[in-house]
Design a protein. Structure first.
Length: 137
């Protein structure tokens, strides 16, 4: 691969801020210690990404508190035989949490299903390899 090919790879590997990562990282596909081209740059670490997630969570938390404070009007809620009155914010957040729980449950069931299928496939592969090698099950 020539120098111009490497440079085109480097130029195509830009993050969302337009920063380009070093040649060795692009070629190796490495993740640790990525530095910006043309300078020292800042190392990306798991702790740094965790702080980013904390900041996003804090902003969303403030937005949630603001939503609750602005939606205190009470509404009547009926669900099958149950009924009652509660603030709009509580009803909407409760509905969102129930929906998130259902999606999470379906995702966990699918992940479990795939793991079981993967284990069965590995077991069958080992068994087939053992039989092909002349062994018995």
């Amino acid at each position: 691969m020539g120098k111009s090919s490497v440079m085109s790879i480097i130029e195509s590997q830009q993050d969302d801020k337009g920063s380009t990562w070093n040649e060795a990282n692009v070629i190796r596909g490495g993740r640790r210690g990525r530095r910006k081209v043309g300078g020292e740059g800042i190392r990306q670490t798991r702790i740094g990404r965790a702080w980013g997630a904390v900041i996003v969570a804090a902003v969303l938390g403030v937005a949630l508190v603001d939503f609750i404070v602005q939606n205190t009007r009470s509404v009547r809620v009926e669900f099958f035989a149950a009924n009652g009155r509660m603030p709009v914010a509580v009803a909407l957040i409760g509905a969102a949490l129930v929906g998130a729980f259902l999606v999470l449950t379906a995702g966990m069931a699918r992940t479990t299903q795939l793991r079981i299928a993967g284990r069965r496939g590995k077991r069958r592969g080992r068994r087939a390899a053992s039989l092909a090698a002349g062994g018995t099950d």
